[in-house]
Ligand binder design. Structure first.
Ligand code: URA
Length: 246
């Protein structure tokens, strides 16, 4: 694959911009045989993209045919490309991830589901539309674990009601937590397998309590790593992807 096409596929701009980056000497490619970075001047030079390591203007990238990443969403950010009040989570990502070419009008990676502006924790992003579709399908029942700090003390009755099901105004059937345990008097660990609008907040309100803070710690078997600080992102490994689910 030509170097300019590789750069284009990874979100470094139009083919013309990518060719310009190469011609201006801003792109280097790692040669594993001599374990050294080499400048490339010819944008049409062919490389095998899998396992290719390259640097653009000094920043190293690894080629990813599809992008799958996790972000530790900080509080005070919106999961929208066009946020109304707060900064967008997309502003936490480097430009190429936001510019990866896709079919149609969409560009770049998209969040898989959303967290509220004041919620924190594990958020997945990808440019794989089928993955988003699978993850969002209610058929797959992927468990998501939320750490909930509550305004009022949690009691056994609230836990039982959340497990048995509470009625929300947009659902004909009661909505149940797949799991719910009180970690301490003001901390609930709630597992949900669906993702209705403000679901945790509305479920807590339905049992007479109130969410003070909400943090998503796990999706499927994938946990938010302790060393990923709020606002940081990282690529998902093959093992991470397998641990998520569908
Ligand atoms: N439920 C909510 O109420 N808010 C979130 O951000 C996620 C789940």
């Amino acid at each position: 694959m030509q170097l300019q096409d590789i750069l284009f596929s990874q979100g470094f701009g139009t083919r013309r911009v990518c060719a310009g980056l190469v011609q201006q000497g801003r792109v280097e490619v790692f040669d594993p045989e001599i374990t050294a970075w080499l400048g490339v001047g010819d944008a049409s030079q062919d490389f095998s993209p899998e396992n290719l390591r390259f640097r653009v203007q000094g920043t190293e990238w690894a080629y990813h045919a599809k992008a799958y990443l996790m972000l530790h969403k900080p509080a005070g950010t919106e999961c929208s490309q066009k946020p109304s009040t707060w900064p967008s989570i997309y502003s936490l990502l480097p430009g190429p991830l936001r510019q990866r070419p896709q079919k149609g009008a969409i560009q770049g990676v998209q969040a898989v589901g959303r967290l509220d502006q004041d919620s924190t924790g594990l958020l997945l992003l990808t440019d794989d539309g089928q993955f988003i579709h699978r993850m969002s399908s209610p058929r797959h029942h992927i468990p998501k674990v939320y750490e909930v700090r509550t305004k009022h003390a949690v009691d056994e009755q609230q836990v039982s009601r959340l497990l048995d099901g509470v009625v929300l105004d947009d659902s004909p059937k009661p909505v149940k937590a797949a799991d719910c345990r009180a970690v301490d008097h003001h901390h609930l660990r709630l597992t949900l397998t669906e993702g209705k609008y403000h679901q945790v907040k509305r479920m807590l309100a339905a049992v007479g309590n109130r969410v003070e803070t909400l943090h998503r710690s796990q999706i499927g078997q994938l946990r938010l790593p302790a060393d990923l600080a709020p606002g940081q992102w990282r690529w998902l490994s093959r093992e991470d992807l397998a641990s998520i689910g569908p």
